[in-house]
Design a protein around this ligand. Structure first.
Ligand SMILES: *Cc1c(COP(=O)(O)O)cnc(C)c1O
Length: 396
C-alpha cells in the first residue's frame, strides 16, 4: 500500500509496510527473493511494448529486480523521496552519484569531517576527472557561502559527521546553496530517516550506507541514493552502466532489517544519550562528543533538527595511546571492529582503525588524537554497556 499523497505515515509504519505489498506473491506476508539474473518476454510484441514504454516491467538484473525495488520503495517512503536507487555499498552509492552529477570543470564543496573513503575518492579520482574541491568546516555557513562559485555543482556533507558528529543546519545550507543554483547532498547514514529527513529540510539528494542502521544487523553491505525523479534519473542511468547493484538476497536481508528500524533507532538513541551523559562525568574521560549533549558545538542545531542523536558516541580519554589501547582491549561487550549501526555494540580507536595509515602530524591536524575512541552503541541493555565501560575505564 503506497503512502497516500498528502498523508504521511509514521516512520515505523513506513519501515514495516513501505514498498512491500506490490511484490508479495501467493498470499505471503513477505516479499520473495527473486533470485534471477534476467526476465523473459512472452513474445516480441510484449518486448516492443516494453521498449516503447507502454509496458512497465523488469528486463535484466542490472536494471531492476522486484526484491530490490521493494527496498527502494520503502526507502522512498521513509525519506519522503520520489525515487531511490539501491547499490552494492554506501561507497558505490556516493561515487555513482558523483559520476552522475559532476563533470570535468565542475566544482564541489565538501565538509572536513567526513568518511575516509569518500575523502579519498574526492582527492584521488575526482581530481583526475578534473573536478575541483573546496573543503569547509561543517557548521560554518559563512565558509559555505564563500566557497560557492559559478561552477559549483554540489555541496556534499555528512550529517551527523564522522567521527565528531557535527550537525549541519540543512535548511540554512539549502537556502545558501539554492540561491546559487547549487544542489545539496546529505550523507544521512548517521541520522537515518527516523532521526532526520534531510529532503524535508531542503536537501536535494540523500545518500545512505545501508550497511549501518538501515540493515542494522552487521550482516550486509548496501547503499542508497534518494531524491526527486529529476535528480535520480542520471543516477539510475549511471548504475545501469557502472553496475554497482546489490543482489536479491542482500536486498531481502535489508527489507527484513528495515522492518525493525523504528524500534532499533529508539534503543540506539536512548543507549547513546545515556552513555554520553555518563561518560561526560567520568574522570578518565577528557571530552565527549554527542549531538544532544549541551557541550557539543552543534547542540543547538541538533536539538532543533534531530529526533534523536543516533547510536555513536565519540570521546577522548585522559591518557596516552597505550592507555587508550588498554581501555579498548578491556571492553568485553562491544566488539573491536569498524562500522556502526548494528545490534552489537562496536568500539574502535580511529588511530588504530581508519586513520592507521595517516601520518601522525596530518592526523593531529584533523583532530584525531591518540586517545580518541568511537563507540557505536548497539541495542543491548544500557546498564550492561555502562557496567562494562566502567570496568574498562578502570583498566586504563
Ligand atoms: C560506512 C559509511 C560509508 C561507506 O559505506 P559502505 O557501505 O561501507 O560502502 C559512507 N558514509 C558513511 C557516513 C559511512 O559511515
Amino acid at each position: 500500500m503506497p503512502e497516500k499523497p498528502g498523508k504521511r505515515r509514521g516512520g515505523s509504519t513506513s519501515a514495516v509496510h513501505g514498498g512491500e505489498r506490490e511484490h508479495q506473491q501467493s498470499d505471503a506476508i513477505t516479499t520473495p527473493i527473486y533470485q534471477t539474473s534476467t526476465f523473459w518476454f512472452r513474445n516480441s510484441e510484449e518486448l516492443i511494448a516494453y521498449q516503447e514504454g507502454r509496458l512497465v516491467r523488469e528486463e535484466y538484473g542490472r536494471y531492476g529486480n522486484p526484491t530490490w525495488k521493494a527496498v527502494e520503495r520503502k526507502l522512498c517512503e521513509l525519506e519522503g523521496a520520489d525515487e531511490a536507487v539501491l547499490f552494492a555499498s554506501g561507497m558505490c552509492a556516493a561515487t555513482t552519484l558523483f559520476f552522475a552529477h559532476l563533470k570535468r570543470g565542475s566544482h564541489l564543496v565538501v565538509t572536513s569531517d567526513c568518511y575516509r573513503r569518500t575523502r579519498q575518492f574526492i582527492s584521488e579520482f575526482l581530481t583526475q576527472m578534473g573536478v575541483e574541491t573546496t573543503v569547509i568546516d561543517p557548521a560554518d555557513t559563512k565558509q559555505l557561502e564563500d566557497a560557492l562559485r559559478d561552477e559549483t555543482a554540489l555541496f556534499f556533507t555528512e550529517s551527523p559527521t564522522n567521527p565528531y558528529l557535527r550537525v549541519i543546519d540543512v535548511k540554512e545550507a539549502a537556502r545558501v546553496c539554492h540561491a546559487r543554483g547549487v544542489r545539496v547532498v546529505i550523507d544521512s547514514t548517521f541520522a537515518t530517516p527516523l532521526n532526520h529527513r534531510a529532503l524535508d529540510d531542503g536537501a536535494d539528494l540523500v545518500v545512505h550506507s545501508a550497511t549501518k542502521y538501515l540493515g542494522g544487523h552487521n550482516d550486509l553491505l548496501a547503499g542508497a541514493v534518494c531524491g526527486s525523479s529529476e535528480l535520480i534519473e542520471p543516477v539510475r542511468h549511471a548504475v545501469g552502466v557502472l553496475g554497482g547493484i546489490t543482489d536479491a538476497n542482500t536486498a531481502w536481508l535489508l527489507l527484513r532489517g528495515l522492518k525493525t528500524l523504528g524500534l532499533r533507532m529508539q534503543r540506539h538513541n536512548a543507549n547513546a544519550l545515556r552513555i554520553a551523559r555518563w561518560l561526560e562525568v567520568q574522570p578518565p574521560v577528557r571530552r565527549v562528543w554527542y549531538p544532544l549533549l549541551e557541550s557539543h558545538p552543534d547542540h543547538e542545531i541538533a536539538a532543533r533538527t534531530l529526533a534523536g542523536g543516533g547510536g555513536v558516541v565519540t570521546f577522548e580519554l585522559d591518557t596516552d595511546l597505550a592507555g587508550a589501547i588498554r581501555f579498548t582491549d578491556a571492553c568485553e561487550l562491544p566488539y573491536i571492529a569498524p562500522s556502526l549501526g548494528g545490534a552489537e555494540s562496536l568500539v574502535e580507536m580511529p588511530v588504530t582503525m581508519s586513520f592507521w595509515d595517516i601520518d601522525s602530524n596530518e592526523r593531529m591536524k584533523m583532530g584525531i588524537t591518540d586517545s580518541l575512541v568511537r563507540y557505536s552503541c548497539g541495542i543491548e541493555d544500557a546498564d550492561d554497556l555502562i557496567a562494562d565501560l566502567e570496568q574498562a575505564l578502570n583498566a586504563i
